[in-house]
Design a protein around this ligand. Sequence first.
Ligand code: WQD
Length: 334
Amino acid sequence: MKILVTGGCGYIGSHTVVELLENDCEVVIIDDLSNSDKIVLNHIQKITGKMPIFYEGDMKNFDLLRKIFQEHTFDAVIHFAGYKAVGESVQKPLMYYENNLESTIHLCEVMNEFHCKKLVFSSSATVYGSPEKLPIKEDAKLSTTNPYGTTKLMIEHILRDLVVSDSNWSIALLRYFNPIGAHTSGLLGENPKGIPNNLMPYIIKVATKELPQLNVFGNDYDTKDGTGVRDYIHVVDLAHGHLCAVNKIINSTGIDAYNLGTGKGYSVLELVSTFERVNNIKIPYEICPRRSGDIAECYADPSYAKEKLNWEATKNLEEMCRDSYNYVSNINNK
Ligand code: WQD
């Protein structure tokens, strides 16, 4: 199969490209490199022995999208490209709505023009907002609390309307919980520039002494130890979920959403202590006030993805912590 991966140089995108190449797919990447680096292509080649075809550019560029579809016949598209920082989306909502919605609409228009109607969309558990019931099933109430999450929910609605208008489309909406970890080679991973918003990249910056301590945002939630509980999932498990989703949509039509989580929730302090134990390193922290917009607890019921995609997460929290630290140790020692 030949797959177009938008945002394929990014954290989840690059791990998915490796998974596709290792399963005999041909891969073409379009990425504007706004939140990634071209060196990732060399690392993908080092891991798989194959170099994906790469187009640098903006998804909103119709001419570039058409050029790519003129030069390649795709069996399916996996669409990662988009802005994804919750805090930034609150500060710059118009930038998020324009970029995330426009790039998806342009992609679908060009896919339609070239009769490619198989799409896997990178959605997020953030579309559930503050869950009424745990674990979260795909038919839970959808509500968002920030512009980033709202772009994901709006795109889900746009894609559902597209399928109603043309039943030849086949679309999988993958709702990720909290992706962490890195490829065991230490060549791919997450190491955002600047002060990270998310927990694991922040812990990593403390581990490498780039930041002095972790600020734990609240220990007065109604959870096992008072700190926030999340469903952390290894990015390699997540990547495999995309291959399973492609195999599903290739032989079907319609649209469906799938939770990609482990079904287990871990608190901030559990993640910190696991990271310390696995990597034999101390992570100093201080309990601080809650972060606005945070929810207490969120974890998936992944049974529908197991039933329909024949997918389930296999890696545990220890592997996620070990692989995350292994990656930054590897790049810092280069
Ligand atoms: C996890 C827990 C924090 C940082 C976000 C997005 C979501 C998805 C994943 C894209 C919470 C606590 C965090 C810190 C802390 N991204 N924390 N100190 O907020 O669950 O989800 O990332 O799809 O859309 O909303 O992830 O890693 O930011 O927070 O105590 O410095 O860690 O309060 O309980 P979150 P997170």
